[in-house]
Design a protein around this ligand. Structure first.
Ligand code: CA
Length: 129
């Protein structure tokens, strides 16, 4: 069980994903645009962020870059229809931890969420030589 922020403007998809994640006992907050997503990330703590790239007001990449520039370390999984290698590279380079393209299987989303939540939370400040 984890507290998850889900930023997605496709209401139908959001509803389906919310239902699925709640069945899996996660606590999910949903918002439908980038500005709200940024505000939530500044004001609240989450264990995971699921982020769409094509948002009505700004791109998910902008949301992600802003969050990371403010020191946010929460794992971010990009969930998007943009499936080109360039998009994946840009997303991961902007600070995403994983990248899943639509259409996707709900079970794969769950498995990736479990993998991200298994990671130790505090890597920052540790230097590995
Ligand atoms: Ca979208």
């Amino acid at each position: 069980m984890a507290k998850i922020l889900f930023v997605e403007d496709d209401q139908n998809l959001a509803t389906r994903v919310l239902e699925w994640l709640e069945l899996e006992k996660h606590i999910v907050e949903h918002c439908g645009n980038g500005k709200m997503g940024c505000e939530k990330l500044e004001d609240f703590k989450y264990e995971l962020v699921i982020l769409d790239l094509g948002l009505p007001d700004m791109t998910g990449i902008d949301v992600l870059k802003k969050f990371r520039s403010l020191g946010g370390t929460t794992p971010v999984l990009i969930l998007t229809g943009q499936d080109s290698l360039d998009d994946k590279e840009a997303g991961l380079d902007a600070g995403a931890d994983d990248y899943l393209t639509k259409p996707f299987d709900a079970r794969e989303l769950s498995a990736r969420i479990r993998a991200l939540l298994r990671r130790p939370t505090h890597f920052s400040g540790v230097t590995l030589n």
